[in-house]
Design a protein around this ligand. Sequence first.
Ligand code: NAX
Length: 327
Amino acid sequence: SQAPVKVTVTGAAGQIGYALLFRIASGQMLGPDTPVALSMLEIPQGLKAAEGTAMELQDCAFPLLDSIQITDDATQAFDGTSVALLVGARPRGPGMERGDLLSANGGIFKPQGQALNAGAADDVRVLVVGNPANTNALIASSFAPDIPTTRFSAMTRLDHFRAVGQVAEKLGVPVSDVHKITIWGNHSATQYPDLFHAEVGGRSVADQVEQEWLEGTFIPTVAKRGAAIIDARGASSAASAANAAIMHVNTWVHGTPEGDWTSAAVPSDGSYGVPEGIFSSFPVTASGGEWSIVQGLEIDDFSRGRIDASVKELTEERDAVKALGLL
Ligand code: NAX
């Protein structure tokens, strides 16, 4: 049978980590034929809770779970890893300015990038979930010069699924009928969920909904969904975020279905006027373990303005981390 694949989860004792680890260990991420050697990276205060989660993982007796490592040492955690899920991040505290937030996260994603560079497996794939996810991916990848930049991506799949859910509800169709949804830009409130290229029943979704719903309800509902969940649940999205991470890696490894695409924040190659090098969300397909940005979509003025606004935020974040010496 296949050799175990090392999968590293950072922030393993957090709430997304708790929802994520059991699904990885059960085979839902890499498939039913791939044994997993799990590594859980935490800060020292998180280690005890991580041990508790590891006890529960053991108590599931997952046939695919080969081993569990728990550590607060990034070098150990990333040594030989093939899939790294960077979930642990510094949340914005009260009164914290954006510069402070970027700087605090630079203090996490710089050493993690360096540790990945030093020890990750040749086939490593890195997904950044921890916010600000796009810019954290940029920082980590810039400190991992020996790993191709395209092996890093940041998560907008949750935003993508949120958009799918809203469209399915609006049109009264199953989610499986909704295709070619795109999230453009930053995983933040400026993100642009695009319905002009989305299809239901072979027809543009934008043609099947009122412009007023699209602009006044759909876009803000998707962009502010995270805040609505916090308001209702008293805690931020966790199981849905973990699901999106599982599906992101699953798609990256196993590919997108013929005739459809998904959304992920990948390093821009200049496509659609997005400055090269920044991690921006695009319509993407995956094949052979590589993302490709879907080319040739027509972008009308409405979409252009929305994409540009979100990309502007990303270039500002890039410039801010550059000024902090993090690039
Ligand atoms: P929690 O606060 O529950 O967990 C974070 C965990 O990370 C904690 O256990 C903490 O000890 C650990 N940690 C902090 N610094 C670390 C480091 N240097 N190395 C290892 N572990 C470290 O947060 P949770 O709800 O799990 O969210 C995690 C991150 O995901 C946050 O940054 C959050 O903003 C982000 N999200 C991103 C989403 C996306 O779509 N890209 C959606 C969901 C989520 O909001």
